[in-house]
Design a binder for this molecule. Structure first.
Ligand SMILES: [Zn+2]
Length: 187
């Protein structure tokens, strides 16, 4: 399987996949969009609208070559995300709560579908237990190890407006922000 860098898979794409990826990324809010900094509200209605949105987000995630996507990244301020919970299994998790963390943490480079071209080191718990609800409102619980634990922590952060830029070292943050600054072209 491809290397996983936080939210983004690192693999070679053919021309058609690249075109699909660009289209998908065009529908995902990009830094510094204000929605990425907002705190999402709890999901209260588990209705067809929510399930349609979950399906659309799963599709966007795959087309963008990602392994997780939070509602805030598509401008929906509700507490849910879709993510790869194990090889080949993409699930939706609403109102997530990390209820247990292992003592061990690891530092790996992470990317984000909303911050293209940036990879920064982020420290995360290697093992977590996360609880919440699926898209039908049923209680679910996942015991996750890397890399899936990292993805779930990344997505849960998105629901509180927290980005990898806030989780990395001051040096990596400075470098990332410098590379994100719009270039001024004269002439
Ligand atoms: Zn992200």
């Amino acid at each position: 399987m491809a290397d996983i860098e936080g939210q983004v898979k690192d693999e070679e794409l053919d021309a058609e996949q690249q075109a699909r990826r660009r289209l998908a990324l065009g529908q995902i809010r990009q830094y510094p969009d204000a929605a990425l900094r907002m705190t999402a509200r709890p999901v209260e209605s588990f209705d067809d609208d929510l399930r349609r949105l979950v399906e659309r987000m799963k599709q966007l995630m795959v087309e963008a070559n990602g392994i997780g996507l939070a509602a805030t990244q598509v401008g929906v301020l509700q507490r849910f995300f879709v993510f790869q919970a194990s090889e080949g299994e993409t699930v939706a998790l609403a109102n997530p709560r990390i209820v247990e963390r292992g003592e061990v943490t690891t530092v790996e480079d992470e990317g984000c579908l909303s911050i293209q071209g940036v990879l920064v080191p982020v420290e995360r718990s290697a093992l977590i237990t996360i609880e919440g609800q699926d898209e039908h409102g049923a209680a679910v619980r996942y015991e996750l190890e890397e890399p899936y634990s990292r993805v779930a922590q990344h997505e849960a952060d998105h629901l509180d407006g927290v980005l990898i830029l806030d989780r990395t070292t001051p040096e990596a943050r400075r470098e990332a922000l410098a590379s994100l600054r719009p270039r001024i072209v004269i002439g």
